[in-house]
Design a protein around this ligand. Sequence first.
Ligand SMILES: Nc1ncnc2c1ncn2[C@@H]1O[C@H](COP(=O)(O)OP(=O)(O)OP(=O)(O)O)[C@@H](O)[C@H]1O
Ligand SMILES: [Mg+2]
Length: 215
Amino acid sequence: MSQSISREVKMLAEIAEMKRIYSVIEQTLNVNPACVAVTSGARGEGKTTVAAGLAAVAALHANKHVLAVDLNWYSPALHKMFGVDLTFDFDIYKRDNSIKEMIQPTGIQNLDILTARSDQSRSRQEINKYLLGKEIVKQARENYDFTVIDTSSIFPTNRRMMDPVNIARIADGVAMVVLTNETPRQLIKRARMFLDTAGVNVLGVVVNQWQNPMV
Ligand SMILES: Nc1ncnc2c1ncn2[C@@H]1O[C@H](COP(=O)(O)OP(=O)(O)OP(=O)(O)O)[C@@H](O)[C@H]1O
Ligand SMILES: [Mg+2]
């Protein structure tokens, strides 16, 4: 595990806006254990950055025992934020009926991670991703105060991904990240409509004003 990578996530936890977003989520949910999903309308809006930041704030400033879960199986990235390998493996999960062995420390106290599946992890049968997501969240709640789930964007839809709307339903609520001046308004509205129609508890919109210097 890279110390410098953990340091970057620790810096995210010091951003006042990140602390404010966490505090709104904590107060709005007002439950322990709590589970929040992070999603967005389009790709690359900052979900993984926000998920890692919220997890770090909860662990470092709110004294919570935290699990960060990557259910963006289509484009996993949370593990990179913490410099760990992809370790979710169907065979281990089926053998143990538990996520315990696949959970890793992040180098930040009180903050663990369950990564997305590794390339080697192949399900022989088509698995029911909704039931798997449900079971992962159930087990996370048993051992952690706060679970943050990084998900795929709602659009474009892809049958290989864990459906972010369903994951948001399993969680206690969802934070929707919107990259200002990038994401078309219509797409944000459609994404919000998908979440509302599914009965998801939308905790709020995280406005990401980051401007990519490379573009
Ligand atoms: N507020 C920010 N400050 C600095 N960099 C940012 C910010 N928001 C996003 N980025 C950068 O933009 C890129 C995409 O962010 P991130 O990976 O968090 O998005 P994502 O929504 O998780 O993407 P994906 O849809 O691929 O999962 C990353 O390189 C990240 O470092
Ligand atoms: Mg991501």
